[in-house]
Design a protein around this ligand. Structure first.
Ligand code: ATP
Length: 350
């Protein structure tokens, strides 16, 4: 099922939660809605679900205008943060619930319902847990049951609102991997809401960054990470260093010094330079380099080596991330003078 959101605006009283949203979600795609609290992610998900209706604009499911269809007519499955299983029902009955609730003419036989529920339990790797009650499961297991329950009605679209929000980091990680595999296996068009940039980048085919009721940027995770379209996206997704610079005659200059650190096609003026820690190169100092500094600290933790370098004659410092495999960092210690080059950066007006 393909979803086409066309120029949708949603107001709550005098507050506009979403403005002129245009978004196409391809059939079988796994899309993350990523943004800070209050940016409108959940509202967008609820509009797709049919739990809210737009003030203007349309939502198409394939070629059909679904804008005014109620939730029951949209064939969507959803899972919310607090998983909200029915506490008094066994796992198998939780999963069977949606099918049993169907009108008699569309309801499978009880035997078929149970067989489908068991298949889904196996899909979420919980075979043998049929007779447990939710309170007898871990948070991660409850969340998998909630997913099985959402899948039981064979939805055309799966909508997940902060599905792993309430779980600890390790379980979140495992479930993320597992959801990706499940998605690859079942191929449902899936939209999930998160405010966790790592989760969005890790899991999604495409990331849609929502800011103040608008789409700030959308694209493949790596493109959004490497080519942020605005200061907001730079800062919201990943770590970034910021430096005040000026541009004169196509050259990027350090403030107060006639030293160019790169070329640009931006007009003359003052800018803020944004650069990711892994896009900075360092080497022991040689003469004549534009950008030099002093290593303050080096921490080799996890897969990256993180370095703090203060810049010469500049009241600022840079966080730099190097690969463990990059041997050069081993020659550097706190107190070493280094030359710095920026591999990739963006300039935004001050
Ligand atoms: P969070 O990550 O905190 O859940 P969000 O990005 O999902 O935030 P929404 O819940 O979509 O944000 O809210 C967007 C804006 O719309 C907020 O300013 C919120 O206060 C407002 N809003 C959402 N639902 C309602 C409602 N039912 N009535 C009034 N205002 C609402």
């Amino acid at each position: 099922m393909q979803i086409d959101i066309h120029n949708v605006t949603k107001d709550f009283g005098s507050q506009t939660a979403l403005r002129n949203i245009d978004l196409k979600i391809g059939s079988g795609e796994l899309v993350a809605l990523l943004g800070p609290s209050g940016s409108g992610k959940t509202t967008l998900l609820r509009l797709i679900a049919g739990l809210e209706f737009p003030n203007s604009g349309q939502i198409f499911f394939d070629a059909d205008d679904a804008s005014n269809l109620s939730v029951g007519k949209r064939n969507v499955g959803f899972v919310f943060q607090n998983y909200a299983l029915f506490k008094h029902m066994r796992v198998i009955d939780n999963i069977a619930f949606g099918l049993r609730a169907r009108p008699a003419d569309r309801r499978p036989s009880e035997q078929e319902i149970l067989s489908r529920a068991r298949d889904l339990l196996s899909l979420v790797k919980l075979s043998g847990y049929e007779d447990r009650f939710p309170a007898q499961l871990s948070g991660g297991q409850q969340q998998r049951v909630a997913l099985a329950r959402a899948l039981a009605i064979e939805p055309s679209v799966l909508l997940l609102d902060e599905p792993f929000g309430a779980l600890d980091a390790k379980v979140r990680h495992e479930l993320r991997k597992w959801l990706r595999e499940l998605h690859d296996e079942t191929g449902h068009t899936t939209v999930f809401v998160t405010h966790d940039q790592e989760e969005a980048l890790d899991l999604a085919d495409r990331v849609v960054v929502v800011q103040d009721g608008r789409i700030a940027q959308e694209g493949a995770p790596n493109d959004v990470y490497e080519e942020p379209a605005s200061p907001f996206v730079y800062e919201f997704i990943g770590d970034v260093n910021k430096l005040a610079v000026s541009v004169k005659d196509g050259q990027v200059l350090l403030p107060g010094r006639p030293i160019a650190i790169g070329d640009t096609d931006k007009p003359d003026g003052n800018y803020v330079l944004y650069v990711r820690p892994h896009n900075i190169r360092v080497a022991a100092k040689e003469e004549g380099q534009a950008l030099t500094g002093l290593v303050r600290d080096i921490r080799a933790t996890g897969p990256a080596v993180v370095m703090d370098v203060s810049l010469d004659s500049w009241n600022t410092h840079l966080d730099i991330a190097l690969s463990h495999n990059d041997d050069d960092w081993r020659k550097l210690k706190p107190g070493t003078r280094v030359e710095i080059s920026l591999r990739k950066y963006a300039l935004f007006p001050e």
